[in-house]
Every structure is written in structure tokens, then in C-alpha cells.
Write a protein that binds this ligand. Sequence first.
Ligand SMILES: *Cc1c(COP(=O)(O)O)cnc(C)c1O
Length: 385
Amino acid sequence: MADRIYLSSPDVTQAEEDALVRAIRSGWVAPLGPEVDAFEEELAAYTGRKYAVALSSGTAALHLALLNLGVGPGDLVLTSSLTFAATANSIVYTGAEPVFIDADETGNMNPDLLEEAFDTLAKEGRTVKAVVPVDLLGKVVNHERIDAIAAAHGVPVLSDAAESLGATRNGRSAGAFGVAAAISFNGNKIMTTSGGGALLTDDEEFAKHTRYLATQARQPVVHYEHTDIGYNYRMSNILAALGRAQLSRLDEMIERRRQHRLAYRELFADVSGVTIFGEPSGADGGDTRDNFWLTSILVDPAEAGFSAAAMQAALAERNIESRPLWKPMHLQPVYSSARASTDGSAEELFHRGLSLPSGSVLDEAHMARVREAIGQFLDGADAAA
Ligand SMILES: *Cc1c(COP(=O)(O)O)cnc(C)c1O
């Protein structure tokens, strides 16, 4: 069988190899070093933030940001239901409870439901410690409304921008919103350090305290004095070198993913019951530019004559990966007892959505194979309908 085609696998070239060799030969193999400092400066410059702190994962960035905001046992944190589990898990790590907010048609947190949740909780006398909206699949959330609602309640916004590095909203970069933002360099994200993440902020104290917590909360004395519980969450100098090479290629990688999006648009243009998820952009009033991390389709089975699940199975038979959108957190067994403010939107997106191979590493031959497989499935589905 032909090689497996993945949704989004790492895109590494000679530039990454050279960067790794450079870091090793410099003698700064571990722990921190000049590549980490440079990577942080370049990340801050790219996103328009004052400070970046390179960490071992996006999950670590969320966890430390929540701790910095004083989130702890008994607190409530409002977050998107339609997300990867890491968002919710990081809230639970602090001892706080997540409250899940459903999506609007863009897939991002529905501001009306956020407002309702604040009102309901206020009536019960419960206070909210933070709001964590997620930029789903590379599209920045409606920060004009969400940040205003949070501000009206005196609650800080922590942006989960793990999927959206390189995207913009009204000219501002993903990761530049909220008191802080978390980004991820996991292997399947828009760029990778094989595993890693970063916290972005404009607040010097926030950045300093994040570095302190990420290095076991060591007091600046020779004998390792500790007055806080710390974590081992820093990124190594070697991986930062990899990250620098990836960041230098980020715009080019986004452009490749955009080309894949255009090809899918064309492929599905005349297929009734299928739309490209998240388009047109700006549905929520903002001038948004996606980073095209994943191209996903929405299938209306009544109109299309097939389901997203049927297409997923047909592609899997041809060794092509595709995946439903995130299963909403309020439907996850582990979060079945969590509070949620829902209207069925995220659940419907979960059933109708399918993410297709989108990685910048995919070349024309890979994409031709994907188009052919989808074409054959559509022909068969037409015949069956
Ligand atoms: C990937 C992801 C994370 C976690 O990032 P890691 O680097 O894998 O820890 C958090 N939130 C969202 C929305 C993600 O997609």
C-alpha cells in the first residue's frame, strides 16, 4: 500500500538539521542557552508581544499561566468546550474546575453563552477566576466581545493559541490577545520543536514568574532554597534551535497550507451538502486571517447523501488520515460531571466535521492522491445516493 498520508506531520528541512548541529557544536546542549534566549526574542517579535517564555509544551504554558493568575482549588475557569483536552486538563491541574462554553458557527467560544454563564454563576454567588477561549483550528476568537465580557466582570483572559500561531485578527497576531497566551510546538502543530510550547505576555512580572515556576522555583542562592512548588517545564537549548529554524520558515509553511485549502475549496465547490469549515472568515465580525493549520469540511448528511464518518472510513482504507473535529469536552467521560453552558453547536460540529490532510510537508503527489481518493468516494457516494 502507498505510504500513509497524515493530517499534519512535521515539516523539517536542511535548515532544521543545520540548526540542530549548530546548537550541539556550540556546547550548549542543556539545559538553557543562547538558542532559547534568541528563540524567545524571535517569538515575541513575530507575535508582537513583549515577552515569550519557551517551555516544554503548550500544556505547561497553560498550566503556568493559570497559576500566575492565582487560579487554584475551588476556583471556576470558563473555557471552550470544543477543544483538545489539554485546555481543560491544565485547569484541573491547578485544582480549579472548568466550566465549558459551547461554540458559535465559527467553532470558537460563543460570546452570548459566555455572558449567560457569568450571569448564572453570579446568581449562585460563584466567582470566576479566568476565561480561557481557544483559537480553534487556527482561527482567532472574537476577542472584541469575549474580552469585553470578561473585563466587565473583572476577570482576566488567557488565550489558548496553541493551534493559531501565524493567524491574525484585525491585524493583530494570534497569541497577542489576553494577559497571556499559550502556543504549542507539538509535532502536529503548524510548526514544531518535536514537543514544546511557549507563553506570551506583555507583562514583565508575569514572564519572570513563569520562568521561575518552570525551573523548579529555585531561589537565587547556591544551596537550592525553595519557597514555592515549582515545575520542570523549560525548553532545552537544542529544541529552541529547531524552533528558530521552523519559525524562520513559518510564513512559507502557512502559504503551503493555504494552497492546500484552495485545492480543497475547488474540489468541494460543486459538492452539495459539503462546506469548508470556518469560511468565509469574518463571520463573527472580525477581519480574520486563518493560519490554515487544518482544513476541515462540514458534511450535511441529508443533503450530501453521505456522512463525515463514511468519508473518514473510505480515506482510511486508502491509508489517508482524516479526523472529526475535537469531541467537545462536555461530552467526554472524564468531564461528564463538569458544568457546561451548551446549545448543541459543538456537538453538531463534532458529528459533521472532518479534518483533511493539511500539512505543509505534503507535496503535489500526496495532494493528488488525496483528491483522487475523495473523488472516488464522492463518485461512489453519488452512485449510492
Ligand atoms: C495542542 C494543543 C494544546 C497542548 O499543546 P501541547 O504542546 O501538546 O501540550 C493545548 N490546547 C490546544 C487547543 C491544542 O490544540
